[in-house]
Design a protein around this ligand. Structure first.
Ligand code: FE
Length: 163
């Protein structure tokens, strides 16, 4: 077994609340585009989810029941967001992950829309809306990243993860 110092502790609900409240980790790079550029780059459905905080239909989405290996990257900027190994079946109708690929991959914000108090998950590189995080995931971290398939693209491990 590896010494614990080489495998960083998983993010917990406390960590993501802290990030939403006091600021997110620095991204490894930034991608910023104008609204016109995003509209040209994305399909209308991808644009609606990632740039207008939309929510796709439950169950009828690409990755809800898919468990292929690989890495899920941001549809907007190609940055790695989630490993397929962290994907699990949450019976929610959307892809669910227990952890992001790295602490700085996802940024968090409080979202009080639709008469709910939720924690929004965005790509930390291009600010694409991904979905929400909930504290009802599996042990040990207890997190459920409930993510729209439209905001993701799965790539094989061998494929280049950047666009
Ligand atoms: Fe992105």
């Amino acid at each position: 077994m590896l010494p614990s110092s080489t495998s960083p502790a998983p993010l917990t609900w406390r960590d993501v609340i802290y990030y939403a409240k006091y600021g997110n980790p620095e991204p490894y790079r930034r991608v910023d585009k104008t609204d016109d550029e995003w509209r040209q780059l994305l399909t209308p459905a991808q644009y609606h989810v990632t740039r207008e905080q939309g929510t796709e239909s439950p169950y009828r989405n690409a990755y809800c029941r898919s468990y292929e290996p690989g890495v899920y990257v941001c549809i907007g900027c190609g940055s790695p967001l989630f490993n397929a190994t962290e994907k699990y079946h949450a019976i929610s109708g959307w892809p669910a992950f227990t952890q992001p690929v790295a602490k700085g991959a996802v940024k968090y914000a409080f979202d009080d829309s639709h008469h709910m108090q939720r924690l929004e998950a965005r790509c930390n590189v291009c600010d694409a809306h991904l979905g929400h995080v909930f504290p009802d995931g599996p042990a040990p971290a207890g997190l459920r990243y409930c993510i729209n398939s439209e905001s993701l693209r799965r790539v094989d491990d061998k494929e280049d993860k950047k666009e």
